[in-house]
Write a protein that binds this ligand. Structure first.
Ligand SMILES: C[S@@+](CC[C@H](N)C(=O)[O-])C[C@H]1O[C@@H](n2cnc3c(N)ncnc32)[C@H](O)[C@@H]1O
Length: 188
């Protein structure tokens, strides 16, 4: 699959049937006025909904290593109509991150991709305020009609070990979606 096709799929309306961004962000407790960090945001499937939810007094900060995805994310966020966002086209391992700043951080469909996921989540931990929420969404380690190969997926227990190994307290595991699990964790 080429890059354009991949970015198109990431933004497709059909995706909402099996991964609903506003429902997922609500489950992670995102509310009006909050500061939201989208780690590896892609073209903004979650960030756009997050922007609508936090409103003009909130703040959206997206990081993605892919410059094209980051550009599309800027366009999509601009269309929401608020100007309170920033999109950084850099790897999350080196991107500038403010300290003790965000209320909610999202790591969606990407934890399994990081070379050193504990390093990444420790950076995210530092960037969250006390009791801030980390929401992880990732592919169940089972056959699904699409998605990454089984060999690269992390099962729930592996993800929980990474999350706890980064300092977080796991609060809830949600299994209501067909292909993904959701893990809500908090900064201690
Ligand atoms: C499967 S997409 C998921 C995008 C988005 N989170 C979503 O669910 O729609 C994975 C994204 O992670 C980005 N990515 C992978 N490794 C990254 C890294 N180390 N730092 C920042 N972005 C990364 C890729 O460029 C891609 O846009």
């Amino acid at each position: 699959m080429d890059e354009d096709e991949f970015l198109r799929i990431l933004l497709s309306e059909e995706r909402k049937a099996w991964q609903n961004p506003s429902d997922i962000l609500l489950r992670f407790g995102l509310t009006r006025g909050q500061r939201f960090l989208d780690v590896a945001s892609g073209p903004g499937f979650f960030a756009v909904e997050a922007s609508k939810m936090v409103g003009e007094r909130g703040y959206i900060y997206c990081v993605d290593t892919n410059a094209k995805a980051a550009d599309i994310c800027v366009q999509n966020l601009s269309r929401v109509g608020y100007r309170n966002f920033e999109v950084i086209a850099q790897p999350i391992e080196v991107a500038p991150l403010p300290t003790e700043h965000f209320d909610v951080a999202l790591v969606a469909n990407v934890l399994h991709d990081f070379g050193d996921p504990v390093f990444v989540l420790r950076r995210v931990y530092e960037s969250l305020r006390s009791n801030g929420v980390l929401g992880v969404v990732d592919w169940k380690k089972m056959e699904t009609p699409f998605g990454p190969p089984l060999s690269v997926r992390l099962n729930e227990e592996e993800s929980i070990r990474i999350i706890e190994g980064s300092g977080f307290r796991v609060v809830e595991v949600i299994n209501s979606y067909p292909y993904h699990y959701l893990i809500r964790a908090e900064k201690r």
